[in-house]
Design a protein around this ligand. Structure first.
Ligand code: NCD
Length: 317
C-alpha cells in the first residue's frame, strides 16, 4: 500500500481486499466489552476537518482511540484558519509536531493531494470537495461484501446528485476494482460533464431514467441513494424538491418494485439523508436498509486503513 490514501485509484484489488479482510477482524473488536487494541500506541493522528461531518469524523476518532493512538480533532472554526491562516501553513504547523497521520476533509477538490506534498505524515482523504472519499467507498464495499458476498458480477445502482458527489466517484472506482457492475443514475442537470468518456473507458452504465433501471433486465443487487447536496448548488438544478422525488427518489412504490425483483436487494445511503427528498422514510427504515450497518462498517474500515498505513507491512512508520 502507498503511504497516503488520497484516491480510491491508489488501491489495487489486492489492497482493497487486504483492507476489507483486516476490517472484518477489526469489526470483532466492536463487539467486545473492552474495545482497545495496542496496535497504534505512541502514534498521533490529527483529524483536520474544514467541512462539517458527523460519522466520518467521529468514526476516525474512535478508530484511532480503539487502536490506542493519540487522536485530536481540529476544525476550521476553532483553528487558526478562522484567523486567515492558509491551508499550507496550518498543516505544516501540525506536521512540525511530528504527527503520524493527518485525516483531512476539505471543501476544495485536490486539497489532500496538495497537503501530501507539504507534510511527512500519512495523509488520508476524508472527503475533498466533489472529488473523492475513498474510505466511504471502502466501507460501502465492506457492507456489501458482508451481506451479499464477493462483488464480482454484482449490480450496484448509484442514484442522485452525482455532480457534487465525492462518494459516487470513489465508489465507482472501488466497486469496479472489485469486479462489480455499476449503473449511475441522475437527472441530466446533475450528471457530471465528462462522464460519457469516463463511463466508456471504465465500462459502467449511465442513465437518466431511474424507473427504467429498476425494471430493466439487469436487476439491482443494491441501490445506493445519494444526498442532494444543496450547500454545493448555486442555481436551480431541478424545478422543485417534489419533482426531484418524483423522478429520482427511492419512494415506497419504487422500493416495492425493487423488492419484487430481488427480495434480497440492499438499500444504502452514505448519510446524512434528506428524508422525503432522495429517500422515503419507508425505504430508509426498511428491513432491506443497511444504512446503519454502513456506519458501523465505517469504524472497522477506518481502523483497518489506519492499521495498513501506520502499522502494516510496508507502512511508512
Ligand atoms: C458524504 C460526504 O460528506 O461526502 N457523507 C459521508 O461522508 N458519510 C456524503 C454527503 O455529504 O452527502
Amino acid at each position: 500500500m502507498t503511504k497516503h490514501l488520497i484516491s480510491s485509484a491508489d488501491l489495487t484489488r489486492a489492497d482493497v481486499e487486504a483492507i476489507l479482510d483486516t476490517a472484518a477482524s477489526m469489526h470483532d473488536v466492536q463487539r467486545r466489552e473492552v474495545k482497545k487494541l495496542p496496535t497504534l500506541r505512541g502514534r498521533t493522528i490529527i483529524n483536520f476537518f474544514f467541512e462539517d461531518s458527523t460519522r466520518t469524523r467521529s468514526s476516525f476518532e474512535i478508530a484511532g482511540k480503539w487502536m490506542s493512538a493519540d487522536t485530536i480533532n481540529l476544525s476550521a472554526k476553532g483553528s487558526s484558519t478562522s484567523k486567515g491562516e492558509s491551508l499550507r501553513d496550518s498543516v505544516q504547523t501540525i506536521n512540525a509536531m511530528a504527527v503520524d497521520a493527518l485525516v483531512i476533509r476539505h471543501n476544495q477538490s485536490g486539497a489532500c493531494q496538495q497537503v501530501a506534498g507539504w507534510v511527512n505524515a500519512s495523509v488520508i482523504n476524508a472527503g475533498d470537495g466533489t472529488h473523492e472519499h475513498p474510505t466511504q467507498a471502502l466501507l460501502d464495499a465492506y457492507t456489501l461484501r458482508s451481506r451479499i458476498g464477493e462483488l464480482d458480477g454484482k449490480h450496484v445502482v448509484i442514484v442522485g446528485d452525482l455532480t457534487h458527489s465525492r462518494v459516487f466517484r470513489s465508489n465507482v472506482i472501488t466497486l469496479m476494482t472489485l469486479g462489480a457492475r455499476v449503473t449511475v443514475v441522475a437527472p441530466p442537470t446533475l450528471m457530471p460533464s465528462g462522464i460519457g468518456s469516463w463511463s466508456a473507458t471504465d465500462g459502467f452504465a449511465t442513465s437518466w431514467d431511474f424507473d427504467e433501471v429498476l425494471s430493466g433486465e439487469d436487476r439491482p443487487d443494491a441501490v445506493m441513494m445519494l444526498r442532494v447536496q444543496r450547500e454545493r448548488m448555486s442555481g436551480g438544478y431541478f424545478p422543485t424538491p417534489r419533482e426531484y422525488t418524483v423522478g429520482y427518489g427511492l419512494t415506497r412504490p419504487r422500493l416495492a418494485t425493487l423488492l419484487q425483483r430481488n427480495p434480497d436487494v440492499l438499500v444504502m445511503h452514505p448519510g446524512p439523508m434528506n428524508r422525503g427528498l432522495e429517500i422515503s422514510a419507508d425505504a430508509a427504515d426498511a428491513p432491506s436498509s443497511v444504512i446503519l450497518d454502513q456506519v458501523s462498517s465505517g469504524l472497522a474500515v477506518r481502523m483497518a486503513v489506519l492499521y495498513h498505513l501506520l502499522a502494516g507491512e510496508g507502512s511508512a512508520a
